[in-house]
Design a protein around this ligand. Structure first.
Ligand code: SF4
Length: 509
């Protein structure tokens, strides 16, 4: 978004790092306050960031609530949260961009530019653009607003890449590039597998051109199913050949081939992350993880044999319908992982640390879990304690976990509606923890209940492309522990199963 707008000489675009404790924020470029701009645009990825969003109008000298801000400034929000649940942010923003940024976003802002110079009001502008594709003006747009999508399956024509590389960034000094968008597997808990459909993959030549242009010290490959990308090994080999370091996000165990692990070690990669996701085969089947247990153990052996120093394993707790038997199976599986690790070493005196990283399941909108109850804080605490104890006897294992309190907050926000605005406003001063304590409503009443089939959800002001009937059917298949086949490897438009393919022809590439 920054790139699109900053390269257009009609706009003066400056960047702000928002720090709620250090206000007012000043721009990096010209040290100007945010209040000197008529427009603030922000991209949101995480539910908790809505607190920062609510702070932006205050930085601009305006009330935080849209209803109390009849004229400029205009606040525009986008990013994954905007097409996961725009209702959460709607009380604070004037416009929401629903979906992937494309050139029509620049057109929208060029019209805003003309409108402001002509002395037009904010209300008149919002009325004028409310029905445009991809635009959600709360209270004005015809509903539902269809998610914007770029490119045709199976190719990702405009992969995302880092605009800025910084030693202060979360991924330090790393140039992030997007390998694939969407995911063919449709794990039932994963929002990225539904709201980014259809699955698309980047062309290696495009990524090479981006890396050559940026010439970064390190490249971070971002994607949902990295090992499904047929060019993964050729691309990594190319990076290694030009002496560019790289990192990978978590990989599927069945894609971690002998050749790939050997190459990763040759290139100096010390740490590998595998996603186990659920504690038992039964729950992995319910989650539609499509994971072969033996393939997972073979991947552990392979990592140990090739001298990987640190293996991280991701797992989730708090599954609807989970039982003690699922965790007894996990205890047994940890023994098998330990044995697979030892098998990899053979007689060699090497070591491989294994971190089992547990997180708490947060049911997300536009996934089959949108109807699901969330596990209570006590239940999550108890499971985490149980797994920590399970890990303890294994010398080479470490345990890490998320806090259940933070997960429950995210759960509340994730499926919350505009009625959560008072909680967000209160969190501006108090922080989330104290605001939740002072909140007169009982969060558990919302979090702990299973939703009815026909309940209308706050996020259904948008149409993510996957049909509600398909999501409901998948929730039913979760309960019956039935897997659903992944999307065909050749790309979307071939199976017609989820309803998203109908948009392909209508979205120009
Ligand atoms: S229509 Fe079929 S191939 Fe396309 S995203 Fe949906 S399930 Fe996958």
């Amino acid at each position: 978004m920054y790139r699109q707008l900053a390269s257009d000489n009609r706009f003066a675009v400056e960047r702000f790092n928002l720090d709620l404790k250090d206000s007012p924020a000043r721009s990096l470029e010209a040290n100007r306050p945010l209040s000197s701009f008529p427009l603030a645009a922000v991209s949101l990825a995480f539910e908790e960031d809505v607190r920062s969003l609510a702070h932006i109008p205050l930085e601009m000298g305006a009330p935080t609530l849209r209803s109390e801000r009849p004229d400029f400034p205009l606040i525009l929000a986008g990013g994954p949260l905007a097409f996961l649940n725009p209702a959460l942010m709607a009380p604070f923003v004037d416009l929401i961009w629903v979906g992937e940024a494309d050139p029509t976003l620049s057109d929208l802002l060029a019209d805003l530019h003309t409108h402001i110079l002509a002395g037009g009001t904010k209300a008149a502008f919002l009325k004028k653009v409310a029905a445009r594709p991809g635009v959600y003006a709360p209270g004005l747009s015809p509903l539902p607003v269809r998610r914007k999508r770029s490119g045709r399956s199976p190719h990702l024509s405009e992969p995302a890449w880092s605009c800025f590389i910084s030693s202060k960034a979360e991924f330090k000094d790393t140039f992030l590039v997007e390998i694939n968008r969407g995911c063919p597997y449709g794990c039932r808990f994963c929002a990225a597998g539904f709201v980014y459909r259809p699955p698309r993959r980047a062309h290696m030549s495009d990524l090479k051109a981006l890396v050559e242009q940026a010439d970064p010290p390190k490249v971070g490959l971002v994607g949902t199913a990295l090992t499904d990308w047929p060019d993964l090994l050729p691309f990594l080999t190319w990076l290694h050949g030009r002496k560019t370091k790289f990192t990978l996000s978590s990989v599927r165990a069945d894609g971690l081939t002998e050749e790939l692990v050997a190459f990763l070690r040759l290139a100096g990669v010390r740490s590998v992350t595998l996603a186990l996701e659920a504690p038992s085969e039964r729950l992995r089947r319910a989650a539609n993880k499509n994971l072969d247990t033996q393939a997972f153990l073979s991947a552990v052996t392979r990592c140990a044999r090739h001298g990987v120093n640190h293996l991280k394993i991701y797992c989730i707790t708090g599954w609807p319908g989970e039982t003690d038997a699922d965790y007894a199976e996990l205890a047994d599986f940890l023994d098998r992982i330990d044995a697979a690790r030892a098998e990899g070493f053979g007689k060699k005196k090497v070591d491989m640390l294994i971190t089992l990283s547990m997180s708490c399941l947060v049911p997300k909108p536009f996934t089959p879990m949108q109807w699901s109850p969330m596990a209570s804080e006590e239940a999550l605490e108890a499971r985490l304690k149980q797994v920590r104890e399970m890990v303890r006897p294994h010398r080479a294992f470490r345990f890490a976990s998320d806090g259940p309190g933070a997960a429950r907050l995210q759960g509340l926000l994730a499926r919350g509606g505009e009625d959560l605005a008072p909680l967000v406003v209160s969190a501006l001063d108090l922080g989330w923890k104290k605001a939740l304590k002072a909140w007169p409503r009982d969060a558990s009443a919302d979090l702990d209940r299973e939703r009815a089939k026909d309940e209308v959800f706050p996020w259904e002001v948008i149409d993510c492309g996957v049909s509600r009937a398909v999501l409901w059917r998948e929730w039913g298949r979760y309960k019956k522990e039935l897997e659903t086949e992944p999307c065909p490897a050749a790309g979307c438009g071939e199976c017609g199963r989820c309803g998203v393919e109908a948009q392909i022809g209508s979205t120009p590439s």
